[in-house]
Design a protein around this ligand. Structure first.
Ligand SMILES: *Cc1c(COP(=O)(O)O)cnc(C)c1O
Length: 547
């Protein structure tokens, strides 16, 4: 006999946290979570994976249906845990894969609490102190990067892509007044480097600017936008009667940690505005989703070096700081706490230098604009989203408090020290070459060559010499083979998981160039794991040589 609805309601109540204090039930709640963590812990090993690498069965997944009968909390938990098997453990010292952080415990709790009490950042009525946390984190971060917190404003959104969307939207409203009302009827462009994230293209697409109107400016060998060409391309747009919706300065490119010269981009914008007597000031959005964290070094005393970083690390950090201190010159900024801030997804902050700019995106133009209308906070008036989770701001707040400037400085300094050690070894060896030598972050792109290749000249030839095309292709294949072997070893618990990028840049004659990539983001990184990468590379070279 099946249960009546009332029986089901009664049993399902056990699966909710109790609305009135019930310590016994709290223990059940916490214990259920503890068991999930326990089951996951049992899946850890020396390899940087949870459980075993397993095939993904989409065939079976597509056949799934909702059953009639409810399931128990225990069964459901078990099932969820199983869905994490095969995942990389990003914080494992044998993982140097990508810009994916290992979240801290306080940031996990920051993410978890809102999922229990469910604040909605659409308004302060529905989020109370969590709304205050959003304002607090915005102010803290604004001060960190050098904005005036009294006049800046921030909001959390659905990812780094979301922050770019806000930046470009504000710029489009400035360049083409009334576009929100009447739609876009003229040419507007986004200018960024060819190293910028594809989010620029997505944003142009979704805003109706059009993907063809994303002008990708060639970059230097150090993966920075070529400002001479930027100016030339912007001038051509304006001469042709087009509008500039947005300049995007990438402050830390995804694969290379290239950093655009923001100060120079600002100078170009100001020059062109004057020259063309533009009735608007073209927006400069800094895509700093990766680079923002280096702002903690804005007031670090590199000469005294109180945290006692190595010389080479100081040089690397100071080199980044030199450009990152200009973040405050951007009109708007994108910041991912879920990239270099050790927070769980999603924790992305959009910052506008001038809160008044948000007036441009208020839903009703008649409404008194932005932030604190009649002393209260109504982000739902200008955010694209309606419901917004409190997890992002609380996770970010957790880490900003947990780390303080010195904590984040130390973590970043350690990661860069490890990456510099790797680069030192790779550059010292005759069969490897670092291809993002001028970028001083946690990511290293490099190529490995078989015996007999002159690595002093190969980089130049691959880049510029069209008669070298066949060798370039062969070297690409060689690096793919190396990657396969290193990957196989790493999953077996020997060596380190790194990654492969199919095109870190194109040669001058249009051939994609493959690179191996080490992204060191684990707080547990140590020199022995840098050595393990190198040893794995040498073993892979030998294996290929043996044939
Ligand atoms: C990751 C990344 C993005 C996109 O951010 P998400 O948070 O993944 O949406 C944009 N720009 C750069 C430079 C990135 O590295």
């Amino acid at each position: 006999m099946s249960a009546t609805y009332l029986q089901l309601v009664h049993s399902l109540r056990q699966a909710f946290p109790q609305p009135v204090s019930d310590r016994v039930h709290d223990a059940y709640f916490v214990f259920s979570f503890l068991r999930a963590i326990d089951q996951l812990d049992a899946m850890k090993s020396v390899s940087p994976l949870l459980g075993e690498p397993a095939g993904l069965d989409y065939e079976a997944a597509r056949k799934s249906t909702v059953r009639d009968a409810p399931d128990s909390l225990e069964n459901v938990t078990q099932l969820l845990v199983e869905h994490l098997s095969g995942m990389f453990i990003w914080g494992h010292p044998r993982a140097q894969i990508n810009v994916v952080p290992f979240p801290t415990i306080p940031s996990v709790i920051g993410g978890l609490l809102p999922s229990i009490y469910n604040p909605n950042l659409v308004s302060e009525e529905s989020s109370k102190q969590v709304a205050v946390a959003e304002v607090e984190v915005s102010a803290m971060t604004a001060a960190l990067i050098g904005y005036d917190p009294a006049t800046a404003a921030g909001l959390f959104t659905f990812g780094g892509t979301g922050t770019l969307l806000y930046g470009a939207k504000l710029g489009l409203e400035k360049a083409c007044p009334g576009v929100r009302q009447h739609g876009l009827h003229e040419r507007a462009v986004i200018l960024c480097s060819d190293r910028a994230h594809y989010a620029c293209v997505a944003v142009a697409n979704w805003l109706g600017i059009g993907q063809d109107n994303v002008l990708k400016v060639p970059s230097t060998p150090d993966n920075e936008i070529r400002t001479d060409l930027l100016e030339q391309m912007a001038r051509e747009v304006l001469s042709g009667g087009g509008k500039i919706a947005c300049f995007v300065a990438t402050m830390g490119t995804t694969d290379h940690f290239g950093i655009d010269h923001l100060r120079e981009i600002v100078a170009i914008r100001d020059r062109l505005q004057k020259e063309f007597k533009l009735p608007y000031r073209p927006q400069i959005h800094a895509d700093a989703v990766i680079g923002w964290a280096w702002s903690v070094f804005n007031d670090y005393d590199f000469d005294r070096n109180p945290l006692a970083f190595r010389h080479r690390t100081v040089r690397a950090l100071a080199g980044v700081h030199r450009k990152m201190q200009d973040l405050r010159l951007a009109d708007s900024l994108g910041i991912d706490f879920h990239k270099t801030g050790f927070a769980p997804y999603i924790s992305s902050l959009f910052l506008a230098r001038d809160a008044c700019d948000l007036e441009l995106i208020c839903r009703k133009q008649s409404e008194t604009p932005y932030l604190f209308h009649e002393g209260s906070y109504h982000p739902g008036r200008y955010t694209l989203e309606t419901s917004r989770s409190g997890s992002g701001p609380l996770a970010a707040l957790a880490n900003l408090r947990l780390f303080g400037k010195d904590g984040l400085r130390s973590l970043l300094g350690h990661l860069v020290t490890m990456a510099e050690t790797l680069r030192d070894h790779l550059e010292g060896h005759t069969s490897t070459t670092v291809v993002n030598r001028g970028n001083f972050g946690p990511v290293t792109l490099f190529r490995v060559y078989p015996d007999g290749v002159d690595t002093f000249t190969v980089k130049q030839r691959e880049q510029t010499d069209p008669t070298y095309r066949d060798q370039l292709r062969a070297h690409n294949d060689y690096n793919r083979q190396i990657f396969q072997i290193v990957q196989r070893e790493a999953l077996a618990g020997r060596g380190v998981v790194i990654s492969l990028t199919d095109c870190y840049r194109e040669s001058d004659y249009g051939e994609p160039m493959v690179a191996l990539k080490s992204y060191i983001l684990s707080p547990f990184a140590e020199e022995q794991y840098v050595d393990a990468v190198l040893e794995s590379l040498w073993r892979a070279r030998e294996e290929i040589a043996r044939g």
